[in-house]
Design a protein around this ligand. Structure first.
Ligand SMILES: *Cc1c(COP(=O)(O)O)cnc(C)c1O
Length: 475
């Protein structure tokens, strides 16, 4: 299996060559040259597998430069009930992503039972183990530099915790995250995890990461790498739970399901798109945005108009407060028939005019790819949290509420819908209290009082020179 850039530049590469890098040199994103197809026989066999075995089967279709024994060891170590221990009462942590049935036609797929209580753990825990393995094989070390507004930073830090050869420098906006999110990151005492609170906003932190990464000499000298959501291995890891969720929500491989996905950077739903292209019986991918509705506009009109960060709203589902979706180019590549010249010119007009319109560019229709979309607002979120609590006694977070709100609105007769649960309610206690008048939920004992633990964080001016000199003196 080789990987190519969505913009057509460079030679095809193997999995481990793109694992440690970010964008392709021509600015595109990597995708497999072709998607492997699953057969009826494969689905029949896979239905019975544990999560780790299923992951191994799926990854084997995409990776041919890691020996099978090693890949299996990595899967077994990554997908264990010890790591995904925070499941709901009555669920089995060994399922890794347990399914909760609300109505015969409506299910929740729990993706947030890992150490940081958000679905990003599923991909980043794999990445941590793959990085350690590959760096060990090459005898190299790596310094991960990232910026976070919340979930990504903590998921990356927990994934890289104790990994040989890996150090993490994570920038966060000083005082802008919730107390719970700060505690999750800053209370880590591992000497290889370095938290830098930047005096500024998230965008300032992100600009610093970009400035440092653009300095090719510094980047090479200090072995700077990223773990952002454009990394192919993260998308690949997420394909697995679409299969697992499908098997849990159906009895036979003749049935179809629909997935409702709360969407920001298009990473999660991109994995669903690929699972569908591989032949998993997915009827529709229901894309839910919050008030930041750039992707809803695209799927309704064909017009892609990313916003500036100044025009990005701060909402109660903050992990979806995205103005441009960094994985979207992968879908567009497939949508225009994998024509990299078209992708190149679309992203060119994005650079010059700030938007592009796909109407007339391709004969394909987004519905041919299963996509439908809708917007969920703050009021929708609160109403959904309330009704799910009152009807089923189940507490959901604000992002999952966006998915459920849109799923209920777009449901058609006969649909079987799996809504992806991307975070746990205990991370968003303020919104829960607003929805329910009080917070009847209880934190797992591991998270009680984490706000009071000693914290390790260095406050730093919003300056790339300062961050560079900090890195230079701490590697
Ligand atoms: C990151 C995140 C999302 C959005 O996922 P994308 O892959 O960026 O579309 C949704 N919900 C939660 C809780 C997240 O952390």
């Amino acid at each position: 299996m080789k990987y190519i850039s969505t913009r057509g530049g460079g030679e095809p590469k193997s999995f481990c060559d793109i694992l440690l890098g970010g964008l392709a040199p021509d600015g595109g994103l990597y995708l497999p040259e072709t998607y492997p197809r699953v057969t009826k026989e494969m689905l029949t066999e896979w239905r019975k597998l544990s999560y780790a075995k299923l992951a191994f089967r799926i990854f084997s279709l995409f990776i041919d430069d890691i020996p099978r024994r090693d890949l299996w060891a990595i899967c077994r170590k990554t997908y264990t009930s010890d790591v995904y221990q925070y499941c709901r009462e009555g669920c089995n942590p060994a399922d890794i992503t347990p399914l909760v049935t609300l109505e015969p036609w409506l299910h929740l797929l729990e993706l947030s039972n890992g150490p940081t209580l958000a679905f990003k753990d599923i991909a980043l825990q794999l990445l941590g183990n793959l990085f350690e393995y590959e760096l060990g094989r090459r005898g190299e070390v790596m310094n991960i530099l990232g910026a976070t507004s919340g979930d990504t930073g903590s998921a990356a830090e927990y994934a890289m915790l104790g990994k040989k050869g890996v150090k993490v420098f994570m920038l966060s906006p000083e005082g802008k995250m919730s107390a719970f999110q700060r505690a999750q990151m800053y209370s880590l005492q591992d000497p290889n995890i370095l938290n830098l609170a930047v005096r500024g906003m998230f965008d300032d932190a992100q600009d610093i990461v970009k400035a440092v990464s653009d300095d090719a000499e510094f980047k090479a000298r200090y072995k700077i790498a990223a773990v952002n959501s454009i990394n192919w291995a993260r998308v690949m890891a997420q394909i697995v739970y679409y299969f697992k969720g499908y098997f849990s929500a159906t009895k036979s491989n003749d049935e179809f399901v629909n997935f409702a996905v709360p969407t920001g950077n298009f990473g999660n739903i991109c994995a669903g798109h690929i699972a569908r292209m591989m032949g998993l019986p997915i009827k529709r991918l229901i894309l839910a945005t919050n008030e930041n509705d750039v992707l809803d506009e695209f799927f309704r009109t064909g017009m892609y108009r990313p916003r500036s960060s100044a025009n990005t709203l701060v909402t109660s589902s903050p992990s979806m407060d995205i103005s441009k979706a960094s994985n979207f180019e992968r879908f567009v590549f497939d949508f225009v028939g994998r024509d990299s010249d078209i992708v190149w010119s679309l992203w060119h007009s994005l650079g010059t005019q700030g938007s592009f319109d796909l109407v007339g560019v391709t004969r394909n229709d987004v519905q041919d790819f299963g996509f439908v979309s809708g917007v969920s607002t703050h009021a929708d979120r609160l109403a959904t949290i309330r009704s799910v609590w009152e009807t089923y006694g189940i507490m959901i977070d604000t992002h999952t509420a966006d998915a459920l709100a849109v799923a209920r609105r777009l449901r058609r007769p006969g649909d079987n819908i799996v809504a992806l649960e991307t975070a746990q309610a205990m991370k968003f206690e303020e919104a829960i209290s607003e929805a329910l008048g009080s917070n009847p939920g209880r934190r797992h004992s591991d998270f009680v009082g984490i706000e009071k633990l000693p914290q390790r964080v260095v406050v730093i001016p919003a300056s790339s020179a300062e961050v560079k000199s900090y890195i230079a003196s701490n590697t």
